[in-house]
Each structure stands twice: as structure tokens, then as C-alpha cells.
Design a binder for this molecule. Structure first.
Ligand code: PMP
Length: 432
């Protein structure tokens, strides 16, 4: 693999060390669920560019739409000259992701920017400063998004962080170590939420509560439905904006356009990026019209808000996702992954947990079947073993002891089977 090694050596020499790298894979070409590396090797992609290529690498209609738009105009700035692809994309997003009676949308380029803008909009809509977020959360690397992010490894040495941000424990039943039932646990976590008004922050100052209904970087932990319902009621009671960050869980990953549709709990504002543009940088803030319109002119925007080429890519992606019913495919792919991983857990009871919704599935490695003893070493051995055998894989969680699967949802049954077989073999090896 000389070309790959050469490329990695050049990377090491010139790219800042802080730009992390998960594994040693390189790319020359990518289609569907497959990546061809610089030496011509075929790799199965279970990382999907961190959840960006749900519709596959280079879907033909998306590439065609990008080419067509690039031939017309590349940039005017939507703040200066209006273009149709931006408006059409907003109309499409409002249709598939309705927020109340009337929905409005703004576009930006990245997930972190979407989060920044969601907070700015919520603050203007409520005229309040404070924001509540959760442990295990990941919202991006700009300063507010980084403040909202939980894992210290993502922010160490980067402060001072934004003020008026408060954090609650994410209601994570698997890692709860007591004897309560799930129902009693959720009841107590909701009590903790209500008590935060007494011991954490004055609710009259809280603009928003932001969460990922299924945490991504945190380790694919779904929020219990009863908790989300209680959270919605709490926000309504106190006039707080409920923001759902769907950057990783959106665009068919869970078998819906957004995971909140799975729960049937509507946010006031929600954020999208990643798979919406099939790899081009495009993100959206979607919300109830009166909330979105509370942001004053000049307070949200920028030079590259919704590039026409990226809008064309997103429009073509949504059309393609609808045409091939990618939400349905996600459910099928997800049930295959879940079934196979549950089976391997039966053979290897040391595996801590197999969980997820739709095709957002993860497997957690712990010692002695004890959720409080993360097994980072075994997890990293498995990820490396997969990589050596042509399967690109991502870890997750504050202890990096979780494997999360973000394969393109257009993966063929044969490719999926091959990938899962590699993963199963590496798990078996690690426990023998
Ligand atoms: N929110 C969530 C839930 C994410 O998973 C991510 C990216 N992993 C972000 C926000 C930030 O998105 P971006 O990297 O595009 O800024």
C-alpha cells in the first residue's frame, strides 16, 4: 500500500496534528458504499464520512445536479442576490419537516453553524440568555457549539467558553447503575429536570434546551420517549424553545427525515447538515415561522449561506431519497445490522450493549458485562482489525468504547453481509 502510506506521510508532514484522523484509509474513488483507496484496494465504508453519505457516495442524480448548477452560477451570496435553488430547498425542507402550522427555514454551511444560529434565534425569540444542554452531547466545534459539547477531549484548552450554558445528565438508562425500573428512572430524571429550575438556572432566563434525540458522538443513545414528552411539556410550561439537533440522526438514518418524527415530539427549532447534501457543505435551521422570524435582519446570515451548488446537491439528494424510499431502506438495513449484532452478543456475552433506532446502530464494549467499566482497548482492537480487513469503522462515546455504524443506506445486501462478517470475525477474535 505504498501510495496510501506516502499520502499519509505527506499529511503528517504538512497538516496540523490537531486535525484528527480515525484510520489509515485513503481514497481515489468512491461509489455507493465502497471506497477505492489510493492503491486500488476496495474498502467497505461503515463510517459514511461521519454520517454524510446516507444516500451513498456520489449518487448519479446528485452529481448531475451539481454539474448543471456549476455551469449556471456558483455564487452571488443569498444576502445580496436571490436565487431559486435556495428557496426551493427551503420549501422542500418545510414540507418534509413541518414545525407547527407554518414553518420557516434558513440555510448555512455546517452543522456547527446551524447550531449557532438556532441558539441566536431562540435567544431573540424569547429575549432570554440561558441554554440548557446535556452530558454526552456533541454540537460542533465553533465556540457556542463547542461550549454545548460535553466531551472534554473535544474542547480542552480552547476556553473561555460561552457563558449562560448549563448542563443536565442525559437520561441514559443503560449507564444508570441503580435498581430502578426504566419507568421509575425516567420519572426521576424528569423530576431532576423540574428541580433544575430550583438549583441550576432560573427558568425565566432559559431561552432554549438543546439535545440530540439520539446522541451521535455520545454513542447512539436514544432518549426515552416518556422523557422527551416530559421535556416538551416542561418547555411549553416555561416558554422555553426546544431545539433538536438532527445533524447526525437526520436524513433517513433512523428511517425518518428526522428522529423526532420517530418519537412524535415536535421541536420549536431543529438543525440539519451532513447527509442532506451528500457531501457538499449545506446545513439548515428549521423552525416555527414566528420563532424563526424573531431573529432581526442582520443577526443571521453570512457570505456562504446556502451556496447554489450545495442547494442543488441537497435538492437532488432529497428527490433521490424519496425516489428510492431511503427511509424504508434504512429500516431494512438497520434491522439486518441489529439482528446480526444481537446474535453475536449471544455468542459473546461480554459485549455490553447493542442499541439504536432504524439504521443508527451501535455496539458498546465493557468489561465483565458491567456498563461502568468501558473497554476502550477491545473496541480499538476491533476497529483496527476491521480496518486491516478493508472495513472502515468509527468509534464513539467519551471512552471510545462504542462502535457506531453509519454505512450508506444504499449498501447492497452482499456488501452489508461482507462488512458485518468482517466485524463479527474481529469481535470473535478479540474475545478469544
Ligand atoms: N451536531 C451533531 C449532532 C453532530 O453530530 C455534528 C457533527 N458530528 C455537528 C452538530 C457539527 O456538524 P459540523 O461538523 O458539520 O459542524
Amino acid at each position: 500500500n505504498t501510495k496510501s502510506l506516502e499520502l499519509l506521510e505527506r499529511r503528517k508532514n504538512i497538516v496540523a496534528n490537531g486535525v484528527g484522523v480515525f484510520n489509515t484509509a485513503t481514497v481515489m474513488d468512491a461509489k455507493g458504499a465502497m471506497i477505492i483507496d489510493a492503491d486500488g484496494n476496495e474498502l467497505i465504508d461503515f463510517a459514511g464520512g461521519i454520517g454524510v453519505v446516507n444516500a451513498g457516495h456520489c449518487p448519479e442524480p446528485v452529481v448531475a445536479a451539481i454539474r448543471e448548477q456549476a455551469g449556471k452560477y456558483l455564487h452571488t451570496s443569498f444576502n445580496v442576490v436571490t436565487y431559486e435553488p435556495y428557496i426551493e430547498l427551503c420549501e422542500e425542507l418545510a414540507e418534509i419537516l413541518p414545525h407547527g402550522e407554518k414553518t420557516k427555514v434558513m440555510l448555512v454551511s455546517t452543522g456547527a453553524e446551524a447550531v449557532e444560529n438556532a441558539i441566536k434565534i431562540a435567544r431573540q425569540a424569547t429575549k432570554r440568555p440561558a441554554v440548557l444542554c446535556y452530558t454526552g452531547a456533541y454540537h460542533g466545534r465553533t465556540m457556542m457549539a463547542m461550549t454545548l459539547t460535553s466531551k472534554i477531549g473535544y474542547k480542552s484548552g480552547c476556553g473561555p467558553f460561552a457563558p449562560e450554558v448549563y448542563r443536565l445528565p442525559f437520561p441514559d438508562f443503560y449507564h444508570y447503575r441503580g435498581l430502578k425500573s426504566m419507568a421509575a428512572f425516567v420519572k426521576d430524571e424528569l423530576k431532576r429536570l423540574h428541580e433544575s429550575a430550583l438549583n441550576l438556572v432560573d427558568v425565566k432566563n432559559v431561552a432554549a434546551i438543546i439535545l440530540e434525540p439520539i446522541q451521535g458522538e455520545g454513542g447512539f443513545t436514544p432518549i426515552p420517549k416518556k422523557y422527551l414528552l416530559g421535556l416538551r411539556a416542561f418547555c411549553d410550561e416555561h416558554g422555553i424553545m426546544l431545539i433538536m439537533d438532527e445533524v447526525q440522526s437526520g436524513f433517513c438514518r433512523t428511517g425518518h427525515w428526522a428522529s423526532w418524527q420517530h418519537y412524535g415530539v415536535q421541536p420549536d427549532i431543529s438543525t440539519y447538515a451532513k447527509s442532506m447534501g451528500s457531501g457538499l457543505p449545506i446545513a439548515a435551521v428549521v423552525g416555527r415561522a414566528e420563532v424563526m422570524d424573531a431573529a432581526a435582519s442582520g443577526t443571521i446570515g453570512g457570505t456562504y449561506i446556502g451556496s447554489p451548488v450545495c442547494c442543488a446537491a441537497a435538492l437532488a439528494t432529497i428527490k433521490y431519497m424519496k425516489a428510492i424510499d431511503l427511509n424504508q431502506k434504512a429500516k431494512k438495513v438497520g434491522s439486518t445490522i441489529l439482528g446480526r449484532l444481537k446474535k453475536i452478543k449471544k455468542v459473546c456475552p461480554e459485549i455490553g450493549d447493542v442499541r439504536g433506532i432504524g439504521a443508527m446502530i451501535a455496539v458498546e464494549f465493557v468489561k465483565d458485562n458491567d456498563p461502568s467499566q468501558p473497554d476502550t482497548e477491545t473496541c480499538s482492537k476491533i476497529v483496527d482489525g476491521c480496518s486491516d480487513n478493508g472495513l472502515i469503522m468509527l468509534n464513539a462515546g467519551i471512552h471510545k468504547n462504542i462502535i457506531r455504524i453509519l454505512c450508506p443506506l444504499v449498501i447492497t445486501p452482499q456488501q452489508l453481509d461482507k462488512g458485518l462478517t468482517i466485524l463479527e470475525n474481529e469481535i470473535m477474535k478479540a474475545y478469544n
